[in-house]
Design a protein around this ligand. Structure first.
Ligand code: RIB
Ligand code: CA
Length: 306
């Protein structure tokens, strides 16, 4: 049981450009301490994702620095599918990153997740930003501990809207549908942040540039170049900006009033479809977003004080 009254956050991630922005938001939020970052294969293979976490820690210098644990290198029951949207290296393929020495702890992510849940119980918020492989393995190890966490928030799924990796499946759910099903079947009170909500949280170039103008120059330039990689793709497809999928999951983990929630029973399809089904709700999903209020929070907290 945690003795410190501050909220503790554990973020499971597959960084990923939007994951990077989500981590920056989390590290810029005073309501909690991000004690742990666990890594899962998704947007990029596990080793690249782990390296990216250490790149982002080196860039942002959060205090205290989080414990980092590497987790699953592949989904529970199928080959890994990665996402080209983030570049080969997962952070926009910038050629000039300062070298980092990734030092994950010698304990795998599912064990670290279980240990954090046992220690902090209701004081812990778990935020999953990638495929739920690590979380499913943690549930397999100690479902009661994960059910005992204060909140479990996951970016994933597409309930009443089209998917983004197939016509009816969202990427995180598509990469590891078995993991999502296992978490839901274990009775974890999941707060799901699907594409229904995240497509309402759009980062436009002018808003990003205004926020970065207030930040230390080296930090601002690096973040701008990371985001530009994804923004170029989105703008080329006629969108007005980049969907802040993972940052919204962090946002609603910090402040659940940013969205309207709907309890729902979801059935998980073979390709990661997440559609309404009859029966008792097995989660609640974010349906309507107070986008201006979320974007204000995101842009105010994205950068360290100058
Ligand atoms: O579908 C969006 C999700 O897939 C985000 O978590 C993004 O990082 C990718 O992992
Ligand atoms: Ca992600």
């Amino acid at each position: 049981m945690t003795t410190d009254s501050r909220r503790r956050a554990l973020i499971d991630t597959d960084p990923g450009i939007d994951d990077a922005l989500a981590l920056l938001l989390a590290w810029g939020s005073p309501e909690w301490t991000v004690d742990v970052v666990t890594v899962v294969a998704g947007n990029v293979p596990l080793e690249a994702g782990t390296r990216n976490v250490f790149r982002l820690i080196d860039l942002r210098r959060p205090l205290p620095p989080p414990l980092v644990a590497a987790g699953a290198a592949r989904p529970l029951a199928r080959p890994l599918k990665i996402a080209p949207y983030h570049g080969v290296d997962g952070l926009g393929d910038l050629p000039d990153w300062p070298p980092v020495e990734p030092r994950p702890v010698p304990v795998d992510a599912p064990r670290v997740i279980v240990d954090a849940a046992r220690r902090h119980e209701r004081g812990l918020t778990i935020v999953a930003l990638g495929p739920l492989t690590n979380l499913a393995l943690a549930v397999e190890a100690d479902a009661a501990a994960i059910r005992g966490a204060g909140r479990v928030v996951a970016m994933g799924g597409a309930v009443d809207v089209p998917g983004n990796v197939t016509p009816d499946a969202e990427f995180n759910a598509h990469v590891d549908p078995e993991a999502l099903a296992r978490v839901l079947d274990a009775g974890v009170r999941l707060d799901l942040v699907p594409l229904d909500a995240t497509r309402q949280a759009i980062l436009e170039p002018a808003a990003l540039n205004a926020a970065l103008a207030r930040a230390p120059r080296p930090f601002a330039d690096r973040v701008r170049r990371i985001v530009e990689y994804a923004l170029r793709i989105d703008l080329a497809h006629g969108k007005r900006g980049m969907d802040l999928h993972d940052p919204l999951a962090v946002g609603v983990a910090l402040d659940p009033t940013l969205v309207e929630w709907e309890p729902v029973r979801l059935a998980i399809g073979p390709d990661g479809q997440t559609r309404r089904a009859a029966g008792e709700p097995n989660c609640r999903f974010a349906r309507v977003v107070d986008s201006p209020r979320f974007l204000r929070m995101f842009l105010e907290r994205l950068c360290p004080a100058s």
